[in-house]
Design a protein around this ligand. Structure first.
Ligand SMILES: [Zn+2]
Length: 405
């Protein structure tokens, strides 16, 4: 098994993954997972974009490594516990990945800073982007090793000490610069791929398609309940309760807390109804499943299709920013809740449209509204400014009462 007993060697592996990601046309970020001897367990790169299409908005390196870890464990492979595992990443974890790392209890060593979306966007190791209850854990497990040099890439060590198996504990300046530049070279063009969808006024109602239409068939294969519920756009009502309750029951059966998420489109049609898969992975929450399922549904319909066919898919299955995500339970200030908020940001990638300010709705609150607003206001600039993450409770009192019952 390949070993990386110096921070520099591990970051070099992550940087090669980042280069491979750039070549694929996705965000130039990579990561590697090591055991407590420095043995390489797995190396991956970002997979958000494949073939010029959004494949999976949650496919960041760190998130994939963590799901890989849990999938291996679920298959019976004996792996060390998360607190003995170290993820080395070429870029500061975003809020989704930071939440996933903290939920699992992994260690992380970070190369490049990310002022827009990084959990340490302020660069001082204060982690004010995190809910207060998670900051201490981050300070103890997130390491930003020193970069020796005199360029703008140099930095003093911040945060945790890199795990003890590392002999060399610094990053070489050119490697740090490479990690930064590979990401910067891709950020704008990849974010632009999230804007390839038509605006609200050009969207078409999938409820008007015949049942044998390929889009309807693919939708039904992903979610048999698709197109069986419809409400006034952006106004989920009590009719949605049985769908959320059914998913919540399935979530509990999978070891989850009764987590359920529904995606409604711009016309108020139910497209997907999801529950978590916690028995497979501690970070497979209902929202992670839902945003992934929707992206992959669109991807499979568009991959290899003609431009005209792709346009049709984009018209009937619009960008989620024109629809509504309805959570049975609102985000909490725990690591999984923070991960969901982060993954929501990675799904939107850009500003919410003015006509759809209530894109993110929940039925039952986990936190009071002011506390939740505060938590969102503390998030890095991508989430609080560019996207304007703003979860709000559904307005329908009967839906709230039905789920409370
Ligand atoms: Zn991430």
């Amino acid at each position: 098994m390949k070993k990386a007993i110096d921070v520099q060697a591990a970051v070099a592996i992550a940087s090669l993954e980042a280069i491979a990601a750039k070549t694929q046309g996705t965000f130039g970020v990579g990561g590697v997972m090591l055991d407590s001897f420095g043995s390489v367990l797995q190396a991956v790169h970002n997979n958000v974009i494949r073939n010029g299409l959004v494949y999976d908005p949650t496919a960041h390196g760190e998130r994939q490594l963590i799901d890989w870890y849990y999938a291996q464990s679920a298959k019976g492979r004996a792996l060390p516990p998360p607190h003995e595992i170290t993820i080395v990443t070429s870029l500061d974890p975003c809020c989704m990945c930071a939440g996933a790392i903290l939920a699992g209890g992994f260690n992380v060593v970070v190369a490049a800073n990310d002022r827009q979306a990084g959990v340490n966007h302020e660069g001082d190791g204060s982690f004010t982007a995190l809910p207060e209850g998670l900051r201490e854990q981050a300070r103890a497990t997130f390491a930003y090793p020193a970069v020796l040099g005199s360029s703008s890439y140099a930095r003093t060590a911040i945060g945790a000490t890199p795990p003890p198996f590392f002999i060399g504990k610094t990053i070489a300046e050119p490697t740090q610069a490479l990690c930064s530049l590979v990401f910067e070279a891709t950020a704008e063009s990849v974010t632009g791929l999230f804007d390839a969808d038509p605006p609200r006024e050009q969207l078409r109602d999938p409820g008007t398609l015949p049942p044998e239409h390929p889009i309807v068939r693919a939708l039904k294969r992903t979610c048999p309940d698709a197109l069986t519920y419809r409400c006034t756009p952006q106004r989920p009502d009590a009719g949605l309760a049985p769908y959320l309750q059914h998913a919540a029951r399935r979530d509990r059966a999978q070891g989850g807390p009764g987590d359920a998420v529904v995606l409604l489109d711009a016309f108020g049609n139910l497209l997907l109804r999801c529950h978590g898969q916690r028995s497979q992975s501690a970070i497979r929450t209902a929202f992670m499943e839902c945003t992934r399922a929707y992206a992959q549904l669109r991807y499979k319909l568009m991959e290899g299709a003609t431009p005209a066919q792709q346009d049709e898919v984009r018209q009937y299955l619009g960008h989620p920013r024109d629809g509504t995500f309805v959570f049975a339970q609102g985000p909490g200030d725990d690591a999984a809740g923070f991960m969901n908020l982060g993954a929501y940001g990675s799904t939107m990638e850009g500003p919410l449209p003015a006509h759809n300010p209530a894109q993110f709705q929940y039925v039952l609150p986990a936190l009071d509204e002011a506390r939740l607003a505060e938590l969102c206001a503390d998030m890095p600039p991508l989430y609080r400014q560019r996207i304007g993450t703003r979860p709000m409770q559904v307005r329908d009192a009967a839906l709230v009462a039905a789920l409370r019952a």
